[in-house]
Design a protein. Structure first.
Length: 463
């Protein structure tokens, strides 16, 4: 199936926000996404602990990150090792001044929707290879440092990152932001309902500073931006097969004047050798013809969301999935949501869904030549998908999840915030505050057997 991938960044991107600390602790997280892999280096400072009060919450900051646009789930053993070594070498370079302490700094690899969709035997074999590579690295690794996150975990970690960045964790039940994360293969919505004691499904309890917040965290596999494109194209192909018009495929979400040829069945490269006749099938090639019709595009996308499925636990969104009422809580949308708003030239914190819809109508009715002239900063694949992407965001948030088109309930991440907002930062916040570490203990005075040479760099000191 032909895919129109978004250019969400260059092949290599680095974010330098703080200098590595010679006193604090460090941790490394590798985000094994569906379409790329990213290594994050984090640091957190020395804090003071009051043993008559709940422990403080350590909030790691981003030191640096690097992205390679190779999804680990698609790689063979040799390429997997090469990619991980590239990411680990980047972390070593960032922390070169702390080389003596590398063996104390934990490294984690957390995989998301790309790995969830693999066959179980394939998936476990690849994870074992990753564990072996990280165990041989310069950093500290345990077998459970490598795992596949559930969709609910991914959403909850995004929620932690957003609210930590905004300074809203202390009163999470009252003032926290909900979070919307649109990736390539899945989409997450996470928030604290106005009555956080009533999360009937998809509950994720978070304990911070002696308080518990009950998050609603739901993940929709196959409703990420790339996979949704696949779903729509399969739907269009199925209709064309029924109508026996597969040689001409009309796509309402592609710009007018963009005609793209695609091989649907067979392998043309082997036709000379007779492979196709051996298999009893001739290659079938078809051409997508862009129509650029917003209404038709929106209607076809809306059909991906099954609103007629039985709802056994109201209220439901689509496909029979339970969701508490959204209420008046504000939400922050990031990842591909932010990319779409930025590509359309809309303001991040003053955009309603009806504004995105207006821009989507404008984009969809433009022909291919006009789009090229208007959006010269986008590459061709991103430009081909812009009508679909903008329309999908509107339909997903309004028709799928129930947000009001006219309200400004949803904020979109601004460019200066994007380096600090990712589920990976939420994951390190969770690990630091919930996992015991003999190398980097939350409060060193509880562990007198730790050597003073490293423990003196600890994050918690007696007041």
């Amino acid at each position: 199936v032909l895919l129109f991938s978004l250019a969400l960044g260059a092949n290599i991107s680095e974010v330098n926000i703080t200098e590595p600390s010679n006193l604090g602790y460090h941790g490394i997280i590798i985000d094994a996404g569906s379409s790329g892999s990213r290594v994050w280096v984090f640091a957190w400072p020395v804090l003071k602990c009051d043993f008559n009060a709940p422990f403080p919450v350590a909030i790691p900051s981003v030191v640096a990150s690097q992205t390679v646009h190779r999804g680990l789930a698609t790689l063979g053993t040799a390429k997997l090792n090469e990619t991980l070594q590239e990411l680990l070498s980047f972390a070593e370079g960032v922390l070169i001044d702390r080389e003596d302490d590398w063996s104390e700094f934990p490294v984690y690899l957390f995989a998301t929707a790309g790995f969830r969709r693999m066959r179980p035997d394939q998936r476990e074999g690849m994870l074992q290879n990753v564990r072996a590579i990280l165990a041989d690295s310069s950093f500290y690794s345990e077998p459970d440092h490598v795992r596949i996150l559930s969709g609910e975990e991914e959403g909850a970690y995004g929620w932690l990152a957003v609210n930590a960045e905004k300074g809203l964790l202390e009163e999470a039940s009252k003032g926290s932001l909900g979070v919307l994360d649109l990736g390539g293969a899945s989409m997450q919505i996470t928030f604290v309902p106005e009555d956080d004691r009533s999360v009937l499904q998809h509950s994720f309890p978070v304990h911070l500073q002696g308080r518990q917040s009950n998050l609603y965290s739901a993940s929709y596999l196959q409703f990420g931006l790339r996979e949704a494109q696949r779903l729509l194209q399969r739907q269009l192909i199925a209709r064309a097969l029924v109508a026996e018009t597969t040689s001409i495929l009309e796509h309402p979400c592609m710009p007018r004047g963009s005609n793209i040829s695609e091989l649907l069945i067979g392998d043309e490269s082997g036709s000379d050798s007779g492979n196709s006749s051996t298999l009893g099938a001739s290659p079938l090639r078809a051409t997508w013809y862009g129509k650029g019709l917003y209404e038709d595009c929106a209607d076809k996308i809306a059909e991906l969301f099954d609103k007629s499925a039985p709802c056994y636990l109201p209220h439901c969104t689509f496909n029979g999935r339970y969701q508490p009422t959204l209420g008046s809580r504000r939400f922050l949308a990031f990842s591909a949501f932010s990319w779409v708003v930025d590509a359309l030239g809309l303001p991040a914190e003053a955009t309603a869904l009806e504004d995105i819809e207006t821009a989507a109508r404008y984009v969809c009715k433009m022909d291919w030549t006009m789009l090229h002239e208007r959006w010269q900063r986008l590459d061709e694949q991103a430009l081909q998908s812009l009508c679909f992407s903008a329309t999908y965001v509107v339909v997903l948030l309004h028709h799928g999840l129930g947000f009001d088109k006219k309200s400004h309930q949803i904020l979109f991440t601004q460019a200066q915030d994007r380096g600090n907002i990712s589920w990976a930062r939420g994951a390190i916040i969770w690990e630091v505050n919930n996992r015991f570490s003999r190398h980097q203990p939350l409060c060193k005075m509880d562990f007198p057997e730790i050597s003073s040479s490293f423990a003196d760099k600890g994050m918690c000191q007696r007041k």
